[in-house]
Design a binder for this molecule. Structure first.
Ligand code: ASP
Length: 466
C-alpha cells in the first residue's frame, strides 16, 4: 500500500512504499541520495551499495522521473536532522525501485519559484510549471478557499445553482465572446459576462438565496488582473436591503481570511465605508488602497465604496449605466429616476469592495419593479423595440411577482492573487492565458476545418485567415 510522504514521520522502523517524482539526485561516492516528491511533501532517500540492484538503478534516475520505491523509514542521525522540512527527521533507505516513467530534461526549472522564467515557456509547459511548490500551493489553497466559501454560503441557507454558458448577450458592458449555432445557421450564442440575468431570474423563481462559482467571459484586452475567462463567486438574495448583502459577504471574507490566512491582518473590521465622492477626493480612484503600511505583505485593507453615480455620459453624449443596468437607485434617488430628471445626481445602490487597491467584488440592489427598470433603459435612450428585444424577458419576469432582491460577485481570481501575495491572476489560475488571450499549451484559439465552417454556415475572410 502506498504511503504519502507527509505520513512518513510516524513510520520510523517500518517498511513502506512511496510514489512520486525525483526532485533531485545527488551522488556522494557510494551513497546516492534522491529527494522524492509527491503531492504531500518531499523526502530524502538514500540508496546504499549493499542493496545492489536498487543502487544500480538509483544511479540512472534523473530529475522528474516517476518512481515507486520500497524502503525502510529510518530516523536521521541527530546532527543530520533538518528542522525546516516536514520529513527533516527521517529518511528512506531504498530497498527496491520501480521506474514508472522516465522524463526528458524539463525545458524549465520546476524547483525554483519560477518568477525569473519566461512566461511564455511557463504557459506552454504549464503542466510542468504547475509542479513547482509555489504553484502547487496557489492551486491547492484556491481549492481550500473555494470549498470553505461554498460551505459558508451553504450553511447560510444559499443554494448553488449552475447557470448556462451558452446564452445570449448579458448586458454587462463588455464585448461578448460569440459561439455559432450549427442547428440554426447564422445564429449565435454569447458566453455570459456574468450570471447576472440568470441569478435575478432565480430570484423570480423563488430560490431566494443563490450562489455559484461561475466562469465569466469578457472579450477585453487582458491585463495583470484580467483574463478573458475568469471566475466569480456570484450570489443573490431576496427580500434584502444593501446592508444585508454587504453583511453576509463581509462575514464570509473575514471568516476565510481567519481560517486559511491567520498570518494576515485585516486592517479594520468592520470594513470602512467610503462614498464614491470621498474615495475620489481622498485617493483619486474608486478602488482605493487604504493600507496604513504598504510595505507589509500581510496587511489586508478591505473597504467598501458606496453611493456611486448611477449614470455617466458615453463618448457620443448619451447616458449609460456606470455598473449594471439592473441596479436600483438609492431610495432617495428613486423619485428622480421615475421622473427621469436630475440624472447626473442619481445615486445607485452599488457597493464595491476594494482590497489593497484592487476591486475584489461588487454588487447592488436591483430594480425589481418593471417600471423602474424601464425608466433606466429609457434614460439610456433605448427605444421600445430594443427594450423588448434585449430586456423583454427580464421585464416580463418582473410582472409575475418578483421579490425585492440584490446580490454581489467577487472576482475570485483577484482575491486569491492578493491572498497568495502574487503579482497577477495568472499565478492563481491553473491554465491561464497570455495577454493576447492565447492558451499556448493547447494552442487556442486555432483555425477550424473547412467542413466545420461549412456546417456552421460561416466563411472566413481570406485576408484574415492564417
Ligand atoms: N454581475 C455583476 C458583475 O459581474 C455583479 C453583481 O452586481 O452582482 O460585476
Amino acid at each position: 500500500m502506498r504511503t504519502y510522504i507527509k505520513d512518513l514521520a510516524g513510520k520510523v522502523g517500518e517498511e513502506v512504499v512511496v510514489k512520486g517524482w525525483v526532485d533531485i539526485r545527488r551522488d556522494h561516492g557510494k551513497l546516492i541520495f534522491i529527494d522524492l516528491r509527491d503531492m504531500s511533501g518531499k523526502v530524502q532517500m538514500v540508496a546504499l551499495p549493499n542493496h545492489k540492484e536498487a543502487h544500480e538503478l538509483a544511479n540512472t534516475v534523473r530529475p522528474e522521473w516517476v518512481l515507486e520505491v520500497s524502503g525502510k523509514v529510518n530516523a536521521r542521525p541527530e546532527k543530520m536532522i533538518n528542522k525546516d522540512e516536514v520529513n527533516g527527521a527521517v529518511e528512506i533507505e531504498v530497498l527496491n525501485i520501480v521506474v514508472l516513467n522516465e522524463a526528458q530534461t524539463p525545458p524549465l526549472d520546476v524547483r525554483s519559484d519560477g518568477k525569473d522564467i519566461n512566461e511564455e515557456v511557463r504557459l506552454t509547459y504549464r503542466y510542468l510549471d504547475l509542479r513547482r511548490p509555489r504553484m502547487q500551493k496557489n492551486i491547492r489553497n484556491r481549492s481550500l478557499v473555494m470549498t470553505y466559501v461554498r460551505n459558508f454560503f451553504t450553511a447560510e441557507g444559499f443554494t448553488e445553482v449552475e447557470t448556462p454558458n451558452l446564452t445570449t448577450a448579458t448586458a454587462e458592458g463588455s464585448r461578448d465572446f460569440i459561439v455559432p449555432s450549427r442547428v440554426m445557421p447564422g445564429n449565435f450564442y454569447a458566453l455570459p459576462q456574468s450570471p447576472q440575468q440568470y441569478k435575478q431570474l432565480l430570484m423570480a423563481a423563488g430560490m431566494e438565496k443563490y450562489f455559484q462559482f461561475a466562469r465569466c467571459y469578457r472579450d477585453e484586452d487582458s491585463r495583470g488582473d484580467r483574463q478573458p475567462e475568469f471566475t466569480q463567486m456570484d450570489m443573490e438574495m431576496s427580500f434584502v436591503k444593501r446592508e444585508d448583502v454587504m453583511d453576509v459577504n463581509e462575514r464570509a471574507l473575514i471568516a476565510l481570511v481567519q481560517k486559511y490566512y491567520p498570518e494576515k491582518k485585516i486592517q479594520a473590521i468592520p470594513f470602512p465605508r467610503l462614498t464614491y465622492k470621498e474615495a475620489m477626493e481622498k485617493y483619486g480612484c474608486d478602488k482605493p488602497d487604504i493600507r496604513e503600511d504598504k510595505n507589509n505583505p500581510d496587511l489586508l485593507a478591505f473597504c467598501w465604496v458606496v453611493d456611486f453615480p448611477m449614470f455617466e455620459k458615453t463618448d457620443k453624449g448619451d447616458w449609460t449605466f456606470t455598473h449594471n443596468p439592473f441596479s436600483s437607485p438609492t431610495p432617495e434617488s428613486m423619485p428622480d429616476l421615475m421622473e427621469k430628471k436630475n440624472i447626473e445626481n442619481i445615486l445607485t445602490t452599488q457597493y464595491d469592495v476594494a482590497l489593497n487597491g484592487y476591486e475584489v467584488g461588487g454588487g447592488s440592489i436591483r430594480n425589481h419593479r418593471p417600471e423602474a427598470l424601464r425608466k433606466v433603459l429609457e434614460i439610456m435612450n433605448f427605444n421600445d423595440e430594443k427594450i423588448e428585444r434585449e430586456y423583454g424577458h427580464m421585464l416580463k419576469s418582473f410582472s409575475f411577482g418578483v421579490p425585492p432582491h440584490g446580490g454581489m460577485a467577487w472576482g475570485f481570481d483577484r482575491l486569491m492573487m492578493l491572498l497568495q501575495n502574487e503579482p497577477n491572476i495568472r499565478e492563481v489560475i491553473a491554465f491561464a492565458k497570455t495577454g493576447e488571450g492565447a492558451d499556448l499549451m493547447m494552442r487556442a484559439p486555432g483555425i477550424i476545418k473547412d467542413e466545420q465552417l461549412l456546417e456552421l454556415g460561416i466563411s472566413v475572410n481570406k485576408k484574415i485567415k492564417k
